[in-house]
Every structure is written in structure tokens, then in C-alpha cells.
Design a protein around this ligand. Structure first.
Ligand code: URA
Length: 426
């Protein structure tokens, strides 16, 4: 026993289905961060939370304790309303790239602290690092300075932000406890609240390529996070969006940057544009700014902000992006209509090609990925290219091709169209 409580009593309480007291929560989160509660004890507690759940009050307190484990950024010197977006992660989800400069070009300041990919979902920092010279790490002073000058920053979260979450997330990853809704909600919201944003829009993904495969779970996660934001004075809204099909036509790093630049230039795939504009509207509304993001996108102002944002972090927005050495194509075996392009299968294919990493210390290949030539609803003839695989290592192609082949189905008739925007939770 150390301090006020014994870790084993806190574990037993949750194991037996009791609510933890505020004092127990404050103590266990702090003691774990300091190394007083051991990894094996926190693993047992995380599993008890996964199996028994937590009340709204417990989740709010747990989140507050995680925020209190580190620093809370002060953005009060930024001369515009601050608003951020968080996506729970998906395949081809490059929306942060066009959205951040778009919302900044509409008059808000967007403090985007982003992460790297693990498994089949890509990370925003990995994508941006494919731009020659761009750097992800900024000091707190650089972060606030760029937010004030450019209005848009996408960078890595500093070590000082919610350190309890960093430690706990790594533990959950290896103990089968990532999926607990109270732990996901408190993990995401502790970082967003500590970052100091005034308002937040959540893009909660549902489908095969998402964390939440089931709509009811995604709704519960969205509701829990919206309540946590409100309890901490951050105006928070969530959109539930489809992740059965990848977003856009590209999955990878450099290929997703190139597609995002197309959107900023007024083109790009319709679904990427639709979601970017829908999230921008929500962010501007939450920040109290009256602007039309569709018009600002068409005006080219968002592209100017993108160029300024990339340059401010050492990147050259005009530089050629890395291109993979090897390519392979998957062709349609028969005539018909594309029925499915499965997000998980194509995400796994991109990961196998080297676009993602298996362990967090692995490098990613910037040029690797998948480029879709067809989307659900497109008519095809036998022999047409369905998608293209790109990699730096030819040996990666056979396994990726098998995943890609299983992910795309062609049927005689047209598929029913999936809704991209499923619901809004405020
Ligand atoms: N993303 C996070 O930051 N935390 C989680 O627990 C899950 C996804």
C-alpha cells in the first residue's frame, strides 16, 4: 500500500461493479503516472473498467485526473476563436489536411495536435511528413505563435500533455483494453481539453474500417465525449460518419496529401469535399463565425493558408512528393457494378504495402499506398483497373493484393448508396 489507497482495493471495487469515488480516481491516475501503481495493476483495473463500465460522473472525474497529470495549454493570447476537430480514425481519412486551412481561412484558429498511425488507420503526421522539410515537433511558443499568425497548425502533441494518457494508452494497446468506451472517451477528450481549444467537433466513424464497427457503440462514444466536452466548458458537437468505404480515392501518405491539395484547389473526390465542408460548417458554427466554407474553398483562400501553414513548419508546398518504386493493379474479373470497396480490407492492403506501421517505432514508406480507380456504384467491364497498389518493396505486393481482391466486390446490379453523414449529436 502506498498513500491514501491500496491499488488492489480500487481494482476489487471496480471488478465487483462498484462506482469508484472521486478520491480513488484522482489517486489511481496520479499514482499510475508517477509509477507508484504498477502496469499489472493498471492493466487489471482497465480490464475491470472494460467489463463493468463507468458512470458519467466517474468518466468526467477520470478525464479531469488525466488532464491534471500534465500541462494545460493557454491559448488566450490567440486573437481568434479557437476550434479543433478530432476524428476517431478511418481509412483514407485525410480530412484534417484540407479542413484545418479551410477553417482558418474562414477566420478561426485551428490548433490540431495530431498523432501517428498504428495498424490500418493512418496518422496525420505521417502524411504531412511526406512533404519535404516539414517538421511535426513545435515548442509551445512556436505552436501559439503560428496559431496567431497563420491561424492553422497541425503538429505533434508535446510530452507534457496528458502524460497519464500516453502511458495508459500504450498499456491498453497490449492488454486488450483499447475498446472500453469510458477509456476511449477520456483518452481523446483529456488531450483535446488540455490542448486549450475553445470548441471541438468530433468525427466519430462507424463501419468496418473504424474503431467502432457498430452504430450503437459509436453513438454512445459520441454522446460520452460531447458530455465530457460540455462539462469542461468546451463547446462540443459530434458527427457520426460512415467508414465502411474508404474516404476518397487514396489511402497512404503522399497520395493522401496530393488528394488533399486537389480538394484545396477546388477539385478532389465528392465525398472528401462533402465531409470537409460539413465539418467546417460545424466548426465555424461552434466558434461563432458566420462564413460559408464552400465559398471560401472555391475562392482559393484555403490553399493560401495551406501553403503558409506548410512553410511555417519548414515544408515546401511546391516540392514533388515521394513516389513508390513498384506498382501493381487489380483488374475486374467480370462486367458489372462495383458493390463494395471495403475500408478495412483496403486499409490493410495499404498497411501491408508499407504505408502504415506494425510497431510504433517502425518507419512508414511515404510513397506506398492504394489508389482506387473505381468506387461503389461505378460500372466496370472485365479487365478494367479497380485499384492500384504502390510500394517500395515488391515482396509486399502478393499479401496486399490478396487483401485488396477480397475488399472489392463486383455485382450485376447497382448497390444501395451508403450515407456518408449518419447523424449529428450535440
Ligand atoms: N484515440 C485516442 O486518442 N485514444 C483512444 O483511446 C482511442 C483512440
Amino acid at each position: 500500500m502506498s498513500g491514501e489507497f491500496a491499488a488492489v482495493d480500487v481494482i476489487r471495487a471496480k471488478r465487483d461493479g462498484h462506482a469508484l469515488s472521486d478520491a480513488q480516481i484522482d489517486w489511481v491516475v496520479d499514482a499510475y503516472t508517477r509509477g507508484v501503481v504498477a502496469d499489472e495493476q493498471m492493466s487489471a483495473l482497465a480490464m475491470a473498467i472494460l467489463l463493468r463500465g463507468m458512470s458519467g460522473g466517474e468518466i468526467a472525474r477520470w478525464t479531469a485526473a488525466m488532464i491534471a497529470s500534465g500541462e494545460r495549454l493557454d491559448l488566450s493570447a490567440v486573437p481568434r476563436p479557437t476550434v479543433d476537430k478530432h476524428s476517431t480514425g478511418g481509412v483514407g481519412d485525410k480530412i484534417t489536411l484540407p479542413l484545418t486551412p479551410l477553417v482558418a481561412a474562414c477566420g478561426a484558429a485551428v490548433p490540431q495536435l495530431s498523432g501517428r498511425g498504428l495498424g490500418h488507420t493512418g496518422g496525420t503526421l505521417d502524411k504531412l511528413e511526406s512533404i519535404p522539410g516539414w517538421r511535426a515537433r513545435l515548442s509551445n511558443e512556436e505552436f501559439v505563435g503560428q496559431l496567431s499568425d497563420v491561424g492553422a497548425v497541425i503538429c505533434a502533441a508535446g510530452e507534457g500533455l496528458a502524460p497519464a494518457d500516453r502511458k495508459l494508452y500504450a498499456l491498453r494497446d497490449v492488454t486488450g483494453t483499447v475498446e472500453a468506451i469510458p477509456l476511449i472517451a477520456s483518452s481523446i477528450m483529456s488531450k483535446k481539453i488540455a490542448e486549450g481549444t475553445g470548441a471541438l467537433v468530433l468525427d466519430v466513424k462507424v463501419g468496418t474500417g473504424a474503431f467502432m464497427k457498430d452504430e450503437a457503440d459509436a453513438r454512445e462514444l459520441a454522446r460520452t465525449m460531447v458530455e465530457l466536452g460540455k462539462a469542461h466548458g468546451v463547446k462540443t458537437v459530434a458527427l457520426l460518419t460512415d467508414m465502411n468505404t474508404p474516404l476518397g480515392l487514396t489511402i497512404g501518405n503522399a497520395v493522401e496529401v496530393a488528394e488533399s491539395v486537389e480538394v484545396l484547389a477546388g477539385g478532389g473526390p465528392a465525398d472528401v469535399v462533402e465531409l470537409t465542408v460539413a465539418l467546417a460548417r460545424e466548426m465555424l458554427d461552434a466558434a461563432g463565425i458566420d462564413a460559408d466554407p464552400a465559398r471560401v474553398l472555391a475562392s482559393g483562400k484555403a490553399m493560401d493558408t495551406w501553403n503558409a501553414m506548410i512553410r511555417a513548419q519548414g515544408g515546401d508546398p511546391a516540392a514533388a512528393l515521394p513516389v513508390a518504386r513498384e506498382t501493381e493493379v487489380l483488374r475486374a474479373a467480370e462486367d458489372g457494378v462495383v458493390a463494395t470497396v471495403d475500408a478495412l480490407g483496403t486499409g490493410l492492403a495499404a498497411w501491408r504495402l508499407g504505408a502504415g506501421r506494425a510497431r510504433k517505432e517502425d518507419p512508414v514508406s511515404f510513397g506506398a499506398g492504394v489508389v482506387l480507380h473505381k468506387r461503389p456504384g461505378d460500372a466496370v467491364r472485365a479487365g478494367d483497373v479497380l485499384l492500384e497498389l504502390r510500394t517500395d518493396e515488391a515482396a509486399r505486393i502478393p499479401a496486399a493484393l490478396a487483401d485488396a481482391r477480397a475488399a472489392v466486390t463486383v455485382a450485376p446490379g447497382a448497390p444501395t448508396r451508403e450515407r456518408l453523414l449518419i447523424d449529428r449529436i450535440a
